[in-house]
Design a protein around this ligand. Structure first.
Ligand code: SF4
Length: 324
């Protein structure tokens, strides 16, 4: 079932790839290393790209009336314009499904980056995204965007991968240009949409039904907008359990009491954060195979991304600072 489209991901180069941090270090990041086989990664170090060199004296964001400035306190150099120009040029005219950026960096941090009161004082006024990340958020508001800190949380990782591979698959559907392809996509993503946002699921159903026979480019554009709205945040466990129950309802009557009890235990462990959703999903999928429930076996919910990524999606812990 690993016929997944191959997402295009932009990554901060200091994560896993290059020793390009201000202090000449690289940050090992297993998640990104495991992704490489399944996605096309475009890596960049915006600070190196604007000529700061490695190693370099640190830069920081400093409060200013027209938005934060990016400055190097040791030299007094202001690289705001250079960074904005680079970001604009780098992000222009690219198809990108997702971004994995370095947290807390004044360039790459997606949020919560310190914005100082003055270039040479330690007092922090407020927080926000780094300058490159800010351009990413403006230019690609619908993409799957996370930093490596948040991706240490397995629920966030699962959400990120689900969204990333869905957007990539939809890009493939768009390139094929067939309404039948969109209908098939919507049908396969029904349970995932049920877990994320039932209102969006119904709205997208109406788009796909296409009662006024609109042309494909209009449909795909509306569908993509609705899908990214549905994927705006990590789904709640209650909503995910509802989707599981929907699938479980197709087979539960035909199972022994002990099998039903085993499923209940897996769901409870998922609900209380002791197990990833793949545990109850595996129980349901096994039963669907046993009773040959073909319609449900085609649901993306059972394989939202390549199976080989299950292990990286299911393990580890991390922070859960709020982000899209
Ligand atoms: S956080 Fe971004 S700018 Fe800083 S070293 Fe990493 S890739 Fe380069």
């Amino acid at each position: 079932m690993d016929n997944h489209a191959r997402p295009i991901v932009v990554a901060s180069a200091c994560l896993e790839f290059d020793a390009c941090r201000y202090n000449g270090e690289r940050i090992p990041f297993d998640f990104l290393a495991e992704l490489l086989e399944h996605v096309d990664v475009v890596r960049t170090c915006p600070e190196v790209e604007i000529g700061l060199g490695t190693p370099r004296d640190p830069i920081r964001l400093v409060r200013a009336s027209r938005g934060p400035r990016l400055v190097q306190p040791s030299t007094g150099t202001d690289v705001t314009v250079k960074m904005k120009k680079f970001s604009k040029a780098f992000l222009a005219d690219r198809s990108i499904d997702g971004f994995i950026l370095k947290s807390r960096s004044p360039s790459c941090g997606t949020g919560g980056v310190k914005i100082y009161d003055e270039a040479d004082r330690p007092s922090v006024m407020t927080h926000g995204p780094g300058l490159f990340a800010d351009a990413v958020l403006q230019s690609f508001p619908d993409a799957a965007i996370e930093d490596e800190g948040r991706l240490r949380n397995y629920r966030i990782r699962e959400h990120f991968l689900t969204k990333l591979f869905a957007l990539s698959e939809l890009r493939r559907v768009a390139a094929a240009g067939r309404i039948a392809g969109l209908v098939d996509f919507h049908s396969r993503y029904k349970l995932i949409l049920m877990a994320y946002n039932q209102t969006a699921m119904r709205e997208l159903g109406r788009v796909v039904a296409n009662p006024s026979r609109r042309p494909f480019p209009e449909l795909i554009s509306d569908y993509r907008a609705g899908l990214t709205r549905a994927f705006q945040r990590v789904p709640g466990t209650g909503a995910v359990v509802n989707a599981l129950e929907h699938a479980w309802g197709y087979v539960s009557d035909r199972l022994a009491a002990s099998e039903r009890a085993y499923y209940r235990r897996q769901v409870e462990r998922y609900r209380t954060g002791r197990m990833p959703v793949s545990a109850p999903l595996a129980v349901i999928e096994t039963s669907l195979h046993r009773f040959d429930v073909e319609y449900l076996l085609g649901q993306a919910l059972f394989h939202p991304y390549p199976d080989a990524l299950r292990s990286v999606a299911d393990s580890g812990k991390g922070r859960s600072r709020k982000r899209r």
